[in-house]
Design a protein around this ligand. Structure first.
Ligand code: AP5
Length: 244
């Protein structure tokens, strides 16, 4: 364990470059959240998970959460309008100035078109990442692996760390390695809802692979490799950042 001073020395160089926008694309259970957290540890830019933001709104009982709750419980997609508004607000906050990782956004062609317009539009013009086009990384995993990953997933309600009873178990059964909290299963990780989420992915999100391929922006990593190998490929795809 490093001291506070060691940590500052390690963190300082990270603040001298911009990462820009990073988009993680992939089916439910592909490993977007897991990889996003690993990128954060290397590049010190925030993970923006639209799923986490929506779950937070549902938990706090906000108007947005009230509108999203039933849709999420059924495995469908929340409206583009609600999600884009939420992302715009989050991306413009100061901690996103060196870059940000979009985890689970965009998820429809309409959201991708909105993002292209937003990143080149007036609202984003003063953002330090305005000249940096997004790096789009698809984490590719075949359907037969996804089901086991989702039914085996457990997460920590306190620090949001992600585990898997088959592939990434905690040291002590049912407890977070980091803070000892009791791990929970996500409400939408049931067989019926997983089937609906995969259908929504196929119908509404898969076309984005073509969308970004046509723009020459898609980089694909093999999400069936080990966590460490996927991280290595993902970090390679992001590159070394751009000087400030
Ligand atoms: P969201 O929370 O984004 O869920 P999702 O896209 O279904 O993705 P997941 O979080 O389930 O999977 P993941 O790819 O992050 O995988 P993870 O890293 O956890 O969205 C939830 C809902 O919110 C949606 O259904 C929708 O209703 C709504 N929503 C969200 N965004 C929206 C948007 N933009 N528009 C409209 N609606 C939106 O990994 C999964 C498991 O696999 C873990 O247990 C992990 O340990 C394990 N694992 C990961 N990598 C590996 C590996 N390499 N090898 C072995 N196991 C691995």
């Amino acid at each position: 364990m490093g001291t506070e001073v060691d940590k500052q020395v390690v963190e300082a160089p990270a603040k001298l470059y911009r990462v820009g926008p990073v988009v993680l694309l992939g089916a439910p259970g592909a490993g977007k959240g897991t990889q996003a957290k690993r990128i954060v540890e290397v590049h010190w830019v925030p993970q923006i998970s639209t799923g986490d933001l929506l779950r937070d709104n549902v938990g706090r009982g906000t108007e947005l959460g009230r509108q999203a709750k039933a849709i999420m419980e059924g495995g469908g997609l929340v409206s583009d309008e609600l999600v884009c508004g939420m992302v715009a607000q989050r991306v413009l906050t100061e901690d996103c100035h060196r870059g940000f990782i979009l985890d689970g956004f965009p998820r429809t062609v309409a959201q991708a078109e909105w993002l292209d317009g937003f990143l080149t539009g007036a609202e984003f013009a003063a953002h330090p990442c305005t000249s940096l086009p997004p790096v789009v990384i698809e984490i590719a995993v075949s359907y037969n692996h996804l089901f086991q990953r989702l039914t085996g997933r457990r997460s920590c309600p306190t620090c949001q760390r992600i585990y898997n009873i088959h592939f990434q178990p905690p040291r002590e059964f049912g407890r977070c390695d980091h803070d000892g909290a009791e791990l929970v299963t996500r409400k939408d990780d049931t067989e019926d809802v997983i089937a609906q989420r995969l259908k929504a992915y196929e119908r509404q999100t898969l076309p984005l692979v073509e969308y970004y391929k046509r723009q020459g922006r898609l980089r694909s990593v093999d999400g069936e490799k080990s966590l460490e190998q996927v991280t290595e490929e993902t970090l390679k795809a992001i590159g070394h950042g751009h000087s400030l």
